[in-house]
Design a protein around this ligand. Sequence first.
Ligand code: G1P
Ligand code: ZN
Length: 538
Amino acid sequence: MIQTIPTKPFDGQQPGTSGLRKKVKIFQQPHYAENFIQSIFNALDGFAGQTLVVGGDGRFFNREVIQTAIGMAAANGFGRVLVGQGGLLSTPAASNIIRRNKAYGGIILSASHNPGGPDGDFGIKYNAGNGGPAPEKITDVIFARTTTISSYKIASGQSVDLGKTGVSSIGGMTVEVVDPIVDYAALMQQLFDFDAIRDLFKSGFRMRFDAMCAITGPYGKGILEGMLGAPAGTVMNGTPLPDFGGHHPDPNPVHAKELYDLMMSESAPDFGAASDGDGDRNLIIGRNQFVTPSDSLAMLAANAHLAPGYARGLAGIARSMPTSAAADRVAEKLGIKCYETPTGWKYFGNLLDAGLVTICGEESAGTGSDHVREKDGLWAVLLWLNILARRRQSVESIVREHWRDYGRNHYSRHDYEEVDAEAAGNLMKSLRGQMETLPDKHGIKMVDDFAYDDPVDGSRSEAQGIRLLFEDGSRIVYRLSGTGTAGATLRVYIEKFQPDSNLHGVETQAALADLIDLSRNIAEIQRRTGRDLPTVIT
Ligand code: G1P
Ligand code: ZN
């Protein structure tokens, strides 16, 4: 039965963010998820009879909202929903399914790398027909609809059996429960040299993939252990759990500590990797060699031609502004362009759609290519494996050779989490106020508030972060996170280029020490936020 249920405008998505991300408790309020899903549909048109993809990362509350989204898609006139078995789809797999099936769009349920469980976070975002996060011109309309919504429509009284694949119908709409892995695995097989990787494992090469009790467990087991012949046990924390087993599923050395410690120990395997809650981020560690995401982007770009899917070479590279300039050096050598975009994967969409770039990445452990329109954790792991299979060198020696050939960009991000939102706002304001006076002090050449003009659609995005650019190519960047769910998170990005290979081995925080001090002094972080030290250093 189709019901129209009266409701009221609500405090939903903030303008400029690509989805709605809040505490589970907030999502559990009556009508909350429904309000947002209806606001999405109200912002779109021309979808009658079309296909919608629905899936999530399996976190607490996923199953409930999957059923709600299906019932609402039926009531709003979609012709077909494709939903992952168990309500599960990794974010990159959802992007692939949207593209392959020429769907109108997709609804992805996830709060990415944020913790899950009843006290954790939940999220809903809309992806457009190209498979990528909705661009600002759509998210702005969704936001506007949240302020005027008066009712929502839902086909109630029925639920889909998500337990097995197959076709059924709800309120006149077809529902297809699909295998979450098969299409994605087929795409990976097209891009990468699976034979070479199989031989690598056969030769005794060993890896550990930490799925952090999140969505990539089944993908990792199916592809690494199943198709590529890695020994059973290669995938750790491989069963997705609604609360991620208490893990904070953010693949960085802090939250993937067990893996990190293993890789730095005597008994380290050759290669370690991890992915996040919804499978779009990655962590890459060799034996005794952590690879920063910014370096990983540069190294993947420099070696991508070793994989069949990229043998033709790259059209261009894109990186988010705070990501280190290591990739720029690779682009220069390859004679291709490197685009610098605001933070957030949605800014890569137009460049990828227009064929201007092939590979893109962010310092926040997101790397991907034109194969989908999301960053893709397992893709990065498989490209690394393909490179290792072809070069037959350790991660450490690949990294050292890269630094020798291109120089090293020492890089670190300091996060001050859950600081008072007003204090954080004032700190940024004060930095904006110093933009004229800072140049010429401390070796600073130029200060600006990063703005981006999209070369494809001409749209302009302003106030994307304060950049302090130094004479020697060093940078300090300040911006406030757009994805936190409590207070504000101040991110400070610090980078120093070191051409001299004798100094490449210096520990990163030590190499950056002067800049780190300066970053704290200029922004008066201690005085304004009460924090002496960052909460997380990556
Ligand atoms: C963070 C990352 C950004 C990434 C986003 C979504 O956003 O910094 O690179 O695109 O998560 O995964 P932030 O919290 O900094 O706004
Ligand atoms: Zn994610």
